[in-house]
Design a protein around this ligand. Structure first.
Ligand code: MV4
Length: 457
């Protein structure tokens, strides 16, 4: 099906939000400001959730498990048909990077506010995404040419590039199906176990290999592109503070960034977007080594949890940009550089003293921080019952200030004001992190959380 073409003054009348929690609220807020009607969908576990209350209409799409509700394509399409929605915003997670869903929306003449099916498929297969980027002259990590044929090929490639190497599942991503190998023995074991694991998890056992980058930083570039070929970058986000591939804190500018590196990474990210004819907002993930060499990792074809900090430093509403682009509007093509510093702490209903174990339940007492430079994106309130069926993130605490130092000071102050009782949260972890000398100095890599020790209070 051809791309939809819209009249000059076209705008969606009604958007269905195929998500829950804070991001559903976040999207509803922008729709209201744009004069667009909203439809919420919800599982029976979310009947009392704020996204159901704040949307103009709400449709129940099934029982609590995601597989029976927020991932149930037929139910969501039916909800859009019943309510006459002309577009669907998938948010992040759930169906946001599901090529089948994007295609079914297209076939039903509902605009999917996200990537085209071919783009999702193209980026979802990591080995072919990497080959696409290599061809487009976006820097990639030295490694195999596409997929490894068999163990002989795998062993030969390891000899050629030299240990340590990383075996990666082409259907993986976000750290799943990866093996770090320092010698032949680990390579042989890793090859067999990773293939088995990937076959079981993704129904695809294709593997490729890369030189292992030691102690890298995770720095991603936000991009925006319209259907007329205008592409711009909206600066970076440093997401190096992660635990088991779950981001905990994000910030912009990266403490490791230089004006020259940002310019080079921005150009590379725009090349990546152009190579796949990208339309909408997206993120190009890079690993950056200690010598400031950077390498393409993955491209995320969705709005991300951490889009907020970019909004704060460039003063734009990224959901609004996304909706405008989906409706066929033009973007200027000018890049945006960070004018301030912003940082986000993810507040999860997890016990940081017990290995970040999930802590669902009822919030008995709730008070959120406020004041200058403090933003909170959340669906939580006093009396809200956090269901056990979904992601444990319940709030995003964002600060913005002139400098990184002030941003951290504000974050500490805001964390001290934040009262959430009835469930355990990651607030005590963030309070300790904001005082850690290596964090405060900006001297950290993706390895940071492996050695960070949280002190019992
Ligand atoms: C790597 C790497 C080192 N060398 N690739 C993990 C998630 C996926 N996006 C890529 N990942 C990595 N790929 C090479 N060649 C180290 C990681 C990695 C990582 C990357 C970003 C953020 C956190 C990480 C934690 C562990 C490993």
């Amino acid at each position: 099906m051809a791309k939809r073409k819209y009249k000059k003054d076209f705008m969606f009348e009604k958007i269905l939000i195929a998500n829950r929690g804070e991001i559903a609220l976040r999207i509803i807020r922008t729709c209201k400001e744009m004069g667009i009607k909203t439809v919420a969908v919800y599982s029976t576990a979310d009947k009392e959730s704020l996204h159901v209350r704040f949307a103009d209409e709400a449709v129940c799409i099934g029982p609590p498990p995601s597989s029976d509700s927020y991932l149930k394509i037929a139910n969501i399409i039916a909800a859009a048909e019943i309510t006459n929605a002309d577009a669907i915003h998938p948010g992040y997670g759930f169906l946001s990077e599901n090529a089948g869903f994007s295609r079914i929306c297209q076939e039903n003449d509902i605009k999917f506010i996200g990537a085209l099916p071919e783009q999702i498929d193209g980026m979802g297969d990591k080995a072919s995404a990497k080959e696409t980027m290599k061809k487009a002259k976006v820097p990639t990590v030295p490694g195999s040419d596409g997929l490894l044929k068999d163990y002989t090929d795998c062993h030969k490639t390891a000899q050629k590039i030299g240990y340590p190497v990383m075996l990666k599942a082409t259907a993986g991503g976000g750290g799943r199906g990866m093996r770090l190998c320092w010698n032949d023995e680990q390579l042989e074991e890793g090859w067999h176990s990773a293939r088995q694991e990937s076959a079981a998890a993704f129904g695809n056992d294709g593997m490729y290999m890369e030189k292992y980058i030691e102690e890298p930083r995770h720095i991603e570039i936000q991009i925006a592109a319209d259907q007329y070929g205008n592409v711009c970058h909206l600066s970076e986000r440093d997401c190096s503070i992660q635990r088991r591939h779950q981001k905990l804190v994000e910030e912009v500018p990266s403490p490791f960034m230089t004006d020259k590196l940002r310019e080079k990474m921005g150009i590379a990210a725009k090349k990546a977007a152009t190579a796949v004819n990208y339309e909408g907002v997206g993120t190009v993930e890079f690993l950056v080594d200690k010598n400031r060499n950077f390498y393409f990792m993955e491209m995320n074809t969705r709005i991300q949890v951490e889009h907020t900090i970019t909004e704060e430093v460039i003063n734009r509403d990224l959901i609004k940009e996304q909706i405008r682009i989906a409706a066929g509007k033009r973007i200027s093509g000018d890049d945006y550089l960070p004018k301030r510093h912003s940082m986000q702490c993810r507040i999860n209903a997890e016990d940081p003293f017990k290995d970040f174990r999930p802590s669902p339940g009822t919030i008995t007492n709730y008070h959120k921080p406020g004041g200058h430079g403090v933003r909170i994106d959340t669906h939580a309130y006093a009396g809200y019952k956090i269901p056990p069926h979904y992601d444990s993130m319940i709030s995003k605490l964002i600060t913005v200030a002139e400098t990184r130092e002030e941003c951290i000071t504000k974050m500490k102050r805001a964390l001290d004001e934040y009262i959430i009782e009835g469930v355990k949260t990651t607030i005590p972890f963030h309070k300790q992190l904001m005082c850690d000398p290596d964090f405060v100095s900006g001297n950290f890599t993706t390895k940071f959380m492996e050695t960070f020790e949280i002190k019992e209070e």
